[in-house]
Design a protein around this ligand. Sequence first.
Ligand SMILES: Nc1ncnc2c1ncn2[C@@H]1O[C@H](COP(=O)(O)OP(=O)(O)OP(=O)(O)O)[C@@H](O)[C@H]1O
Ligand SMILES: [Mg+2]
Length: 589
Amino acid sequence: MSPKAEPRDPHSGAAVYLRLLGYMRPDIMVLVAGFVGFLIYAACDSAFAWWMKELVDSIQDGISDRRYELSALIIGIFLARGVGGIVGGYCTEYVARKVINRLRGEMFDHILRLPCTFYEQYSSGSVLAKLIFNVENVAAASTNALRIIVRGGFTVIGLLAFMFYINWKLSSLFIIITPIMALVIAMVTRRFRRLSQRIQQTMGNVSERAGDVLKGYEVVKIFDGYGHEEAAFDKVIHNDRRLRLKLVLLNDASTTLVQLLFALALSALILIAMQPEILSSMSAGEFVSFVTAAGFISRPILQLTQVNAIIQQGVAAADSIFTVLDLPREKDLGTRMLEDCQGEITFQDVRFRYGDASKQDRQWIIDGVNFHIPAGSTCALVGRSGSGKTTLARLVARFHEPERGAVLVDGVPLPELRIESLRQNIALVNQNISLFNASIAENIAYGAMRDAPREEIIAAAEHAQVMEFARELPQGLDTQIGEAGITLSGGQRQRIAIARAFLKNAPILILDEATSALDNHSERLIQKALEDLMANRTSLIIAHRLSTVEGADRIVVLDQGRIIESGTHEELLALGGHYTAMYEQSDAE
Ligand SMILES: Nc1ncnc2c1ncn2[C@@H]1O[C@H](COP(=O)(O)OP(=O)(O)OP(=O)(O)O)[C@@H](O)[C@H]1O
Ligand SMILES: [Mg+2]
């Protein structure tokens, strides 16, 4: 829904601001209503200057009859001004909040759909800072600035018109200073933008550092990381403070400069206006109202000079948000659906490496892997830590694309499949269990499974031995488990993840060290359930504890991204190679 104008430089201030204004388009009528409010507000300022003229002239001419009219008028003027101000303020704030929600919503949606490399590159802290802090700044730019521009602009125009009406020569003199003001503003603009960009960055650093410590509090406590963390955090917030102070100083200094220019103009004006020949050409009322208008005009002009700071901050924030919004989403160009998926998986000369494609000296993590997992069979991946097992499994779920070769499911290369269709057919238990801040039942019936019947959730929980500990909990399966399941033990978390896979009941099952945290007793119980689960589907099992994979139809030994041995447990033992060595070692433990 973001309108994408294509100017030459999409990061130029004007381009970013225009794009931002596009987010207000749906509420254009509310914005117009707000502008009308401000128009009334501004007109009242001029009306007040006019009222001054009438008042002074009436006093001088001794027309006491106008007292009712004038006293009623002043109430009317301020009432209208108040109503106009409220309508304008409310409407622009309304639009601002809409813009914030639109941006947040769009950004959240977009972040969810970015390729895995995004999550590896950006820290969660910096992304959160964008979502929380930058978006607010953007709203300030988009509407607060607009409010000042519109309200101030109308006021200035109204008052100027009034001044010209009273005495155009004096007024022309007065507006000679405007180009000088514009020059001052132009000079500070660029500096503002750069400072603002750096502030966005430091906000990211603040939440990044804090987030790290919140996750790793145990390590901080045991390894006495207090001093180090405090120092690092201090540095970040110190930097933030320094930049913000600079910004304030720059803002105030430029405002003062403009103010001074203004005072100079006003003093010159008085000098000229009070010359006898000019003074005699104006009535007292005209003179007083002229000076009143000239005095009134200073406030909106000042605000208009400050608006630049707000806009620059907003533009810097918006730019960093748009940069994320412009990141390409996960490529999903496939059109074919996996209907009645059998789960046959083939790796054809697959090569893969992590990192930025522009860097050539990266190491191959998967280095020419060829093998075939027939539909319905169980294949185990074993090998040293870091040999590429998890990476290989991730390629099946298309979390990454191989650089060379292809991965096929049911004979179809993955890029030809709709990602959604592929993932619907895969149940996965990660090496790093991901749980959400919700109940056990909600964690098991996550996502598309959220409407699963209660009996099925319970059955899955039974198979995965979740019931064994859930029964003891006060609310059973409905117990809340805290952020990332913090209130559960490692083994309990794993069992919930396994229950999730049971419930999904997909044709392809990937278990990455799924039972590594379990005691022998629970593992044996789950193993039995898992074997039943694996019986009629294709399974890719990764395990260090070799006893858990002995029964696999085929065991593949991986080393530095290459297959070095493969066969059944018996065949590999007969071979007397790497697997045998690993097996004997694990036996000895
Ligand atoms: N996101 C990543 N970015 C860059 N390199 C990575 C990334 N994830 C893994 N690697 C590297 O890829 C290699 C293989 O990692 P992988 O996780 O596939 O190993 P593994 O066989 O699953 O190991 P383990 O048994 O310890 O789980 C490792 O050398 C690791 O450093
Ligand atoms: Mg792994």
